[in-house]
Design a protein around this ligand. Structure first.
Ligand SMILES: [Zn+2]
Length: 226
């Protein structure tokens, strides 16, 4: 494990969804290998939400999570991820937490508001918030995507947020880029000049770079260890 990863793994984070114990989380496979993800489900947020609901019921769980470095078909519906000029982007580099809209998201660790933006467009993040953190002299960022619009109104850059404090609420499909409600959580080491946005999906030829710059979000969250 490199130095940055070991700093992340030593962080004692607050639960990111404070209302649900990690015992009620279940991993979910949303990769291209999941045959249950039919075209109909992938293209309709309502169908996808029904699929998640059924999956949660079957597993007696409240949150389905996963997706780091998962290769997905989900992005083929949008030209944001596929156009003729660049390589297809299909590899997800954050963690998704699938739970209903309006769920409260808490700060896992102390941070300050770096930037926020409504990234409109089919399949984009919708309302997005980025926090800046400094832990053991290491500066890094966390990104929260698919939030409600009200989450990013009345915010000020530089506002300090404490671990466990309410950060945002989850958006509906109508505001979150047209997805079933979920949080996209991602760690970013070097954010360069990105502002309220950062790629959450990459192509196969850039995955080495992104996997290093955006390590596994579960290093902080530790969902399957509690
Ligand atoms: Zn995501």
């Amino acid at each position: 494990m490199d130095g940055f990863s070991s700093i992340l793994s030593n962080i004692h984070a607050a639960p990111i969804i404070g209302s649900v114990d990690y015992k009620s989380f279940v991993p979910i496979d949303l990769s291209k290998n999941n045959a249950d993800l039919t075209t109909n489900r992938l293209e309709s947020p309502q169908e996808f939400e029904n699929y998640i609901k059924e999956y949660l019921e079957q597993n007696n769980a409240k949150v389905a999570y996963g997706g780091y470095l998962e290769e997905r078909k989900l992005y083929q519906r949008s030209s944001i991820f596929n156009n003729n000029e660049t390589a297809e982007r299909s590899i997800h580099i954050g963690m998704d937490l699938w739970i209903k809209a309006e769920t409260t998201i808490n700060c896992p660790i102390d941070g300050e508001i770096h930037s926020f933006k409504n990234n409109t467009g089919l399949g984009d993040y919708g309302p997005t918030l980025i926090l800046k953190h400094i832990v053991k002299n290491e500066v890094f960022y966390t990104l929260y995507g698919h939030l409600s619009l009200k989450s990013i109104t009345n915010l000020s850059l530089g506002t300090i947020l404490k671990k466990g404090e309410k950060l945002a609420t989850l958006g509906y499909a109508s505001e979150n880029g047209n997805y079933a409600p979920h949080l996209h959580f991602q760690i970013i080491k070097n954010i360069e000049d990105h502002w309220g946005d950062y790629p959450g999906v990459c192509s196969k030829d850039t995955v080495d770079f992104y996997a290093e710059n955006c390590p596994n979000p579960n290093l902080i969250l530790k969902i399957n260890k509690t």
